[in-house]
Design a protein around this ligand. Structure first.
Ligand SMILES: NC(=O)c1ccc[n+]([C@@H]2O[C@H](COP(=O)([O-])OP(=O)(O)OC[C@H]3O[C@@H](n4cnc5c(N)ncnc54)[C@H](OP(=O)(O)O)[C@@H]3O)[C@@H](O)[C@H]2O)c1
Length: 279
C-alpha cells in the first residue's frame, strides 16, 4: 500500500457494488484489487474481455462472489446506456464508481484526424459525464455513494504542444468533479478527482512514449498501488479530498505551478519533448 492506510470495512452480507472502467490493466486493475479487498463486489468495464475475465477469476471470493464483466468500447456513444441496461438486468446498484479508462493521442491538434479526436473526447469526457449521469441518481436516492474520476497532474500543470486534448480533458475532469462534489455532498455522495503524475502502467506503451518517459528521473514515478490507495482514502475519509494529488513531490509541483504560472509555462514548453511528441 502507499502513503495512507485504509481503515474502511464493508460488511460482507450487504457487500456493495463498485464499477471500474479501464479495469483491464494498470490503475484500473489495481482499483479492482483494492476495492475487492475492502469487500466490494466488482463490475469490470474495458474492451479486452480476456483480460477482464482473467481479473474476474483472480478477484472471485466467497465473500464478494463473481465480478460482473461488461466488455465495452467507451468510444461508442451507445456504450454507457448499454452498461446501465446490463446493470439493471443483473439487479446491480453501483455504490462506488471509478471513471478511470483513458489514453493519450500523440501529435498536434491539426495533425491528428478528427475521428481520432472524437473517439478520444468520447472516452475521456463524454463517457465519464454520461456514466456518472446514469449512475449518480441511484446513489443520491440511496443517500450514499462514491465517485472517483481519474484525472491527472496534466490537468493542473501548464500545457505544452502535442497530445493537445489530453491536459484539456483532464482539466475538464477536475472542474467537473469540483461541481459534482458540491452537488453530491448534501445527499451523501462523495466525489474526488484523482490526479496522478507519471505512474507505472501500460499507458505509455499504448501512447508510444515509453522510450522517452523511461529517461525521466525515478523520483517522478509513482506505483499504481500508492496512487489507488491514496485515491480510495481521499474519497472515504471524513472530509474527502475533492482534488487528490498522490505523492508529496507532485503536490509541491502543483502548488508551484499555481503560484508561478508563467514560470510553469516556460518549464513545460522547454521540457515537454522529454515526455511527449510535441510536433
Ligand atoms: N500512467 C500514467 O502515468 C497516468 C498519469 C496520470 C493519469 N493517468 C490516467 O489513469 C487512467 C488509467 O490509465 P493507466 O495508466 O492505468 O493506463 P493503462 O494501463 O493503459 O490502462 C488504460 C485502461 O483504459 C482502458 N481503455 C482505453 N480505451 C478504452 C475504450 N475505448 N473503452 C474502454 N476502455 C478503454 C484500457 O482497456 P482496454 O484497452 O482493454 O479497452 C485500460 O484498461 C487514465 O485515465 C490515464 O489518463 C495515467
Amino acid at each position: 500500500m502507499g502513503e495512507t492506510l485504509l481503515t474502511h470495512d464493508v460488511p460482507s452480507e450487504h457487500a456493495p457494488w463498485a464499477l471500474v472502467t479501464g479495469a483491464s490493466s494498470g490503475i484500473g486493475a489495481e482499483f479492482c484489487r483494492q476495492l475487492a479487498k475492502l469487500g466490494y463486489r466488482l463490475v469490470l468495464v474495458a474492451r479486452r474481455e480476456d483480460r477482464l475475465r482473467e481479473l474476474a477469476g483472480e478477484l472471485r471470493t466467497a465473500q464478494t462472489g463473481e465480478p460482473l464483466v461488461l466488455p465495452e468500447d467507451l468510444s461508442d456513444p451507445g456504450s454507457c446506456a448499454r452498461i446501465e441496461h446490463a446493470l439493471s438486468a443483473s439487479g446491480v446498484a453501483v455504490d462506488f464508481l471509478v471513471n478511470n479508462a483513458g489514453y493519450g493521442v500523440p501529435g498536434t491538434l491539426v495533425d491528428v484526424s478528427w475521428e481520432r479526436h472524437d473517439d478520444f473526447l468520447q472516452v475521456m469526457v463524454n463517457a465519464v459525464c454520461e456514466l456518472t449521469w446514469r449512475l449518480m441518481p441511484g446513489m443520491l436516492e440511496r443517500g450514499h455513494g462514491h465517485i472517483i474520476n481519474v484525472a491527472s497532474v496534466a490537468g493542473m500543470a501548464p500545457s505544452s504542444a502535442g497530445h493537445t486534448l489530453y491536459g484539456a480533458s483532464k482539466a475538464f475532469l477536475v472542474k467537473f468533479s469540483e461541481s459534482l462534489a458540491e452537488e453530491g455532498a448534501p445527499r451523501g455522495v462523495r466525489v474526488s478527482a484523482l490526479c496522478p503524475g507519471f505512474t507505472y502502467s501500460e499507458f505509455h506503451d499504448v501512447t508510444g512514449t515509453r522510450d522517452r518517459v523511461s529517461q525521466l528521473p525515478k523520483a517522478l514515478w509513482l506505483q499504481a498501488d500508492e496512487v489507488v490507495s491514496y485515491g480510495i482514502e481521499s474519497v472515504l475519509r471524513e472530509r474527502p479530498r475533492v482534488v487528490a494529488v498522490p505523492g508529496r513531490l507532485y503536490r509541491l509541483l502543483v502548488w508551484l505551478f499555481g503560484a508561478f504560472p508563467a514560470l510553469g509555462r516556460r518549464l513545460a514548453a522547454r521540457n515537454a519533448h522529454k515526455y511527449r511528441d510535441t510536433d
